[in-house]
Design a protein around this ligand. Sequence first.
Ligand code: ZN
Length: 179
Amino acid sequence: MPKQVLVLNASYEPLSLVSVRRAVVLLLREKAELLEATQQMLRSNRQTMAVPLVIRLVHYVRLPHRKVPATRAAVMLRDAFICQYCGETPGRQLLTVDHVMPRCRGGRHDWDNLVTACTRCNQKKGSLTPEEAGMVPLRKPFEPTYVALVLLSNPVAAARWEHLMGLTKEQAKPDYAHG
Ligand SMILES: [Zn+2]
């Protein structure tokens, strides 16, 4: 049984992941409609219902922009665990978070100044600016949206949403730069 159900807004944009129990409540209260279900059935003494995988809210929900804290884990997730200097993926244990503009040079601890870096690149760069070190991040760091991070943290949910939207893998990359 899936642990999480993907919730789409009325506009079909992904909103969040909720528990199966929460999704069932939304469906029973007719706050959401079922878009995709598993073969498994949930039975109660009153009714039988397919275990939901994807539901869509009946009414559009306008969400305030949720600021995502730039934690080590979140920065690495945004960067897909790829060192933003050499492009390698040495694994979480060998990855660090680097301040592109070093703190001692006035760089801030913020999304647009933090990138994932392997320990080797981080040491090599040290307290040099990108220009001094000749090391510029592969992708300009940015603040991701909450939903982009939720989907990145759950590739299964992201894939279901892509499938539902009829998007190819290439098109369906979360457009977090403009979320
Ligand atoms: Zn590296």
